[in-house]
Design a protein around this ligand. Structure first.
Ligand code: 5RP
Length: 224
């Protein structure tokens, strides 16, 4: 068992009967969803909010009951999601899979937010992974120049499939922004939020309560 599978599966222990849960996106949460599917088939009662079309399809295949995000009467009990980088303060870079906007909306409307990743995602300081920034297509070139003025090198994301411009589930573009070491993620996040044209960015600061880090040997370390 690899680190992603070990961490992804273990996170299901936090899901209890009757909970409403947010399901993140990516190859680590994939294992969470498969394990949760097993539990549901054994009788666990949950309702889930998926953070992407991909996750929604997988959850449906697994027979996990879904609820519309807009129909929640109160915050989700728990959200489980992956990350591209995790620092010791549990600040994250997310969005490598392109789902950062819905992921942030869902995590922000959750009582608890637990991150699952393999231990290659653990870093002393964020910034090795280019920061995904979701922008509106209108005038994205201008937004890109304004982002560059904040000290990064933005690259318009292209689809792996055919090389055309990548569109998020929300119809927006993603600029992958190489900032180098991000010493103050909170302050950079606020600067990005203030930029017209930016819909959301992949810095998740002060949101995660714990991170399950899986190792190659199948062991899992929890950092809180
Ligand atoms: C998607 C994400 C993913 O959680 C992140 O990219 C990690 O993915 P994986 O578990 O496949 O490494 O933020 O938008």
């Amino acid at each position: 068992m690899n680190g992603k599978q070990a961490a992804g599966e273990l996170a299901v222990k936090y899901i209890q009967d009757g909970m409403n849960v947010g399901l993140g996106t990516g190859s680590t949460v994939y294992w969470t969803i498969l394990k949760l599917g097993e539990r549901v088939r054994e009788g666990l009662q949950v309702r889930a909010v998926p953070t992407s079309v991909r996750t929604e399809e997988l959850a449906r295949e697994q027979g996990i009951p879904l609820i519309q995000f807009a129909d929640l009467a109160r915050p989700l009990d728990l959200t489980i999601d992956g990350a591209d980088e995790v620092n010791p303060q549990l600040s994250l870079i997310k969005g490598g899979g392109g789902a950062l906007l819905r992921e942030k909306l869902v995590a922000a409307y959750s009582e608890r937010f637990i991150v699952v990743a393999d231990d290659t995602k653990e870093v002393a300081a964020l910034g090795r992974f280019p920061l995904p920034v979701e922008v509106v297509p209108f005038g994205w070139e201008i937004t890109s120049r304004r982002l560059a003025a904040l000290g990064c090198e933005p690259i318009l994301r292209r689809s792996d499939r055919d090389g055309t411009t990548y569109h998020t589930d929300n119809g927006n573009y993603i600029l992958d922004c190489r900032f180098g070491t991000i010493s103050d993620p909170g302050s950079l996040g606020r600067e990005l939020n203030a930029l017209p044209g930016v819909v959301e960015h992949g810095l998740f600061v002060g949101m995660a309560e714990r991170c399950l880090l899986g190792g190659e040997n199948g062991s899992v370390r929890e950092i809180v």
